[in-house]
Design a protein around this ligand. Structure first.
Ligand code: PLP
Length: 395
């Protein structure tokens, strides 16, 4: 009998973390590797946020807090939803965890029974299917088309719904494609969801603030008919360059929020008291740097998209958010290049040109790869030259 549980056998380690690790190892072995795999802003956390954390330590704010978040942070989150999304929540509808990742994991553990289905539009963030599997649920992957901006359409949603559907996940702007759903697109999905009253919606809004070209962010809880069965997850990692601080949160129906807290009370207890104090400052303090950083990301996005579209065999959409692009390498997968899959493509790219990217199949859609452009312009320039040289010298 194996010491490892059956539920663990259902899942695999995160492929994006694996690529980052591989790049780190090659670098340690002396190779000049450019890592475009990591999903975190390369900017530092703003000083006002750091200072709030230092003050919290000095003030002795170093003890256990309420399991699901301090009253001050919950209040700041309630105000954030009101100010930015015009959504009213009470503090009992808010839960805070150690990163959005923990909040999502707890939400699935708290709600899924064996065989319950979760509709996951692909390409998806790598952790959704594995979290669902770990919780005993069944991921129902729905492949979305490039021509639809890799977004779920009402027709595809309708087709994917069964009697066992418990959740639909929406992630906008998306990891890995960077595309965001417009209000019209959300309304189209909402038409299907209002007819199917048992389905809950998990909206992962972690990239809300990383957006370009005046994209109007709209979250599905803003559809009043669906608010009562929507869990809206967000966090400070991407918006405030605070990935290491590990603070994420969710707002939604009281019974789900309470259940999430119950799991947390028996697993990790509260997220770090110091990080929570920092998150209060992030949400309540000056917000201007969000735009400044989005401008810097936009410059990189424009450069990367243009460079990729100038490479023979590669084509790339222009996304309106996050810090990823999801180019197609389909026309390079053939007998002549001896590359069969996107995994062959990324492995060869790493071997030959020392550029680390992640294969589309890791996100549930073959024939593509993900580039994170959350790195310096200098790195991006070098990387684009190397990718060009790789692609154009394959045969
Ligand atoms: N959701 C998406 C789509 C992500 O890309 C990430 C992080 O990469 C998360 C959630 C979790 O972020 P965190 O746990 O840092 O809050």
């Amino acid at each position: 009998m194996s010491i490892i549980s059956n539920s663990l056998k259902r899942i695999k380690p995160s492929p994006t973390i694996a690529v980052t690790q591989k790049a780190r190892e090659l670098r340690a072995a002396g190779k000049d590797v450019i890592g475009l795999g990591a999903g975190e802003p390369d900017f530092d956390t703003p000083d006002n946020i750091k200072n709030a954390a230092i003050k919290a330590i000095r003030d002795g704010d170093t003890k256990y807090t309420a399991v699901d978040g301090t009253p001050a942070l919950k209040k700041a989150i309630v105000e954030k939803f009101k100010r930015e999304n015009n959504l009213d929540f009470s503090t009992e509808q808010i839960t805070v965890g150690t990163g959005g990742k923990q909040v999502l994991y707890n939400a699935f553990m708290a709600t899924l029974n064996k065989g319950d289905e979760v509709i996951i539009p692909a390409p998806f963030w790598v952790s959704y299917p594995d979290m669902v599997l770990l919780a005993g649920g069944k991921p129902k992957i729905v492949k979305c088309d490039e021509k639809d901006g890799f977004k779920l359409t009402a027709k595809k949603l309708q087709k994917a719904i069964s009697k066992k559907t418990k959740w639909l996940i929406i992630n906008s702007p998306s990891n890995p494609t960077g595309t965001g759903y417009t209000k019209d697109e959300i309304e189209n999905l909402a038409k299907v969801l209002t007819k199917n009253k048992k389905i809950y919606i998990l909206s992962d809004d972690i990239y809300e603030h990383v957006k370009y070209d005046n994209f109007n962010f709209f979250t599905i809880a803003q559809m009043s008919k669906l608010k009562d069965r929507t869990l809206t997850m967000n966090g400070v990692s991407k918006s405030y360059a605070m990935t290491g601080w590990r603070i994420g949160y969710a707002a939604g129906p009281k019974n789900i929020i309470k259940a999430i807290g119950k799991i947390q009370s028996q697993s990790t207890s509260n997220p770090s008291s110091i990080s929570q104090a920092a998150a209060v400052e992030a949400l309540n303090g000056p917000q201007d740097f969000i735009q400044e950083r989005a401008n810097a990301f936009k410059e990189r996005r424009d450069f990367v998209v243009k460079s990729l579209n100038n490479i023979r065999g590669i084509s790339c959409l222009t996304p309106n958010g996050a810090f990823y692009v999801f180019p197609s390498c389909k026309s390079l997968l053939n007998k002549k290049t001896k590359l069969k899959t996107d995994t062959d493509f990324v492995q060869k790219l790493l071997e030959k040109e020392n550029v680390a990217v992640v294969q589309g199949s890791a996100f549930g859609l073959e024939g593509y790869f993900r580039i994170s452009y959350a790195t310096s312009m200098e790195n991006l320039q070098k990387a684009m030259q190397r990718i060009k040289s790789f692609c154009e010298n394959l045969d």
